[in-house]
Design a protein around this ligand. Structure first.
Ligand code: XMP
Length: 317
């Protein structure tokens, strides 16, 4: 019978046999799948697993440091790479959502390839691919699609020539969570909402600048912390804030303001293919709106997205 413990036991034995003394490089995203894959591999091959965590400057507030800390705490051999500026430079002047995604995908591949080259004699690329990723042939927006589009342009980056090891590729998401739980992974990591690879770049409509990222990070942190404090976070499938590059008039004391808008989004969903907007309590929305407007410079208006998918999408870009 399948149980998380039996899966862990067999998988670790198989990984040991398959990998021997080989080195594996794996990119961590802070999400559930790559974390569980990393911990399994770590238990099988220890320090021969080299994890790489890239700060693309598009993560949530304080996310880079807190994710890095919790992985280090788990004993993983992990290298953090601050590549914020490279991503911001690549995004400068871009407004088209697909061009933004492509730029982010390209820089990620470059940064990851540089980091992978620093691991001497690495033989394998570890990935947190789960079963639905395997059967869903092409994800239009996903990072794998970005990587695939690069197959056709010139040569492959070296890390993509490595042999691939995917310990979770027979599991569904809830099984991955149960395995993670049995492995003792922090519930905060296992319970995370999905977060897109291009991160806040697709939640800032139009051109991305470091200033807009920082405004959005502040507003988003207020939003997410209130969802957690209000006991709502775990009931929501995915939540996030969007920076709208639209200015509207407000008033602050005696002053007239002319600032940007933050939109709050929260959805219920099973797999992201369809989604309903969440009926968050009005009191909670009121508290979040006040806190954002009073504390985040550059924002004087907060709105709530009441669109479901379809016909809207979850993200705005
Ligand atoms: P949409 O906006 O298409 O989003 O309704 C469905 C789910 O996919 C996530 N998403 C992405 N994930 N790279 C990712 O890794 C992307 O480019 C991307 N675009 C959307 C989105 O957050 C939601 O969970």
């Amino acid at each position: 019978d399948w149980t998380p413990d039996s899966f862990i036991e067999t998988t670790i034995a198989q990984l040991k046999e398959k990998l021997g003394d080989d080195k594996v490089v794996l990119g961590l995203s802070g999400g559930v799948d790559s974390s569980v894959a990393a911990v399994l591999l770590h238990q099988a091959i220890g320090k021969n697993l080299h994890c790489i965590f890239v700060d693309n400057g598009l993560l949530r507030k304080d996310e880079y440091q807190s994710v890095l800390d919790s992985y280090q705490h788990m004993g993983l051999n992990i290298k953090g790479i601050d590549a914020k500026q490279r991503f911001y430079d690549a995004l400068a002047g871009l407004t088209d959502p697909e061009k933004k995604r492509k730029a982010i995908g390209r820089v990620f591949i470059e940064v990851f390839d540089d980091a992978a080259h620093e691991v001497q004699d690495v033989k394998w690329l570890g990935q947190g691919t789960i079963y639905p990723d395997v059967i869903e042939s092409v994800s239009v927006k996903g990072p794998s699609a970005t990587i695939k589009s690069h197959h056709n342009v010139g040569g492959l980056p070296d890390f993509m020539k490595l042999k691939v090891v995917e310990p979770l590729n027979t599991l569904f998401k809830d099984e991955v969570r149960n395995v993670g739980k049995a492995l003792g992974i922090d519930p905060n990591i296992l319970g995370r909402h999905p977060f897109p690879g291009p991160g806040l770049a697709i939640r800032i409509l139009g051109e991305v600048t470091p200033e807009k990222v920082s405004i959005l990070q502040e507003a988003d942190a207020i939003y997410i912390n209130n969802l957690k404090a209000g006991g709502v976070y775990d009931k929501v499938w995915q939540a996030g804030s969007i920076f709208l590059p639209v200015q509207s008039v407000g008033v602050m004391g005696d002053e007239r303001t002319y600032e940007n808008v933050i939109c709050l989004r929260a959805v219920e969903s099973l797999d992201g293919m369809t989604a309903d907007w969440c009926h968050l309590p009005y009191e909670l929305l009121a508290k979040i709106s006040n806190e954002i407007i009073n504390n985040v410079k550059g924002i004087n208006r907060v709105v709530y997205d009441i669109s479901s998918k379809p016909p809207a999408t979850i993200e705005w870009e």
